[in-house]
Design a protein. Sequence first.
Length: 364
Amino acid sequence: ERPLSARPQPKMAGPGRVWRVGALLLPPAWRLRAPGRAFGAAAGRRGSNSSGRLVLGAAFALGGSAGLCLAARQRLREHSAAELPAGSLQLTLYQYKTCPFCSKVRAFLDYHGLPYEIVEVNPIMRKEIKFSSYRKVPILLANAGSPLQLNDSSVIISAIKTYLISRRNSLEEIVSFYPPVKTLTEQGKEVLEYENKYWLMLDEKETKRVYPVKEVRVEEMKWRKWADDWLVHLISPNVYRTPKEALASFDYIVREGKFGTLEGLFAKYVGAVAMFFVSKRLKKRHQLRDDVREDLYEAVNDWVKAVGKNRLFMGGNQPNLADLAVYGVLRVMEGLEAFDDMMVHTNIQPWYQRMEEVIQKTGV
């Protein structure tokens, strides 16, 4: 495999400033959450009042995979993991806390001990990211001498990992290796994608140090792509599989969010009903089985089989980028029935617990 030829990356203008874009396009934004991790959502449309916005946010959230997230916006804690050398990366992550793509980025940053600030984005109004013409999350603002805006999970991870390994190039130059391109979906819709998004841009010496044999790199890239293209699409259909599960999910959202009494009741019941029916549409779109749990079980067992019995992680004694991607996607289900069923009916638990332990050691 060879990376596609990189070309200068265009700039994206946001009100009052110009940022350089450097990340892949998120698949249709959808978010979910569990007790201990609320659900994220794609943006809805504006209604005539707050209740209307909640209804529309729930109804339109799964534009491909989304659930209604906490509508309250807040600035969260700044991570105090191992400090980087003076003058290196200053990071701010704009996210929906339960978005699996945002969770992937957090898992990566936490594992590498990178301090970062979190800004929780309101999934309905998205005022927190009004500075950007890119209207999805995650967005990572990175300052390594000059401010850059990196969009979406896989390129964010690839670019920052490249920067950590190779200090030969500036972060701005590294980001330029992931240029955006316009493509058409099967439905004929024009979307923005990014080249090279699963590649680390390293020289030959660095590549041999990180990937002693070619197969290691190929395997990591394959399973990172699998997490984005398949695993992530199994979450919503499983979390909203039954009316009971959908209601349990929204019950947590309302308890954790800043809703008035009437708004909370409205969001809980209308949102749960909307997401239940949308999950059925997603099941059909992705050609899942009648019992979507079977697809989830098969997927995670395929992952465990790929890791094998002789490795703690796919990366060996320590997680690689594929480990972090799969873990980041799966952990947004924690506390839900789907997560508990997955732990009981698959072989994922030992690997998952090892991931939790290693990230806790290096993170906050």
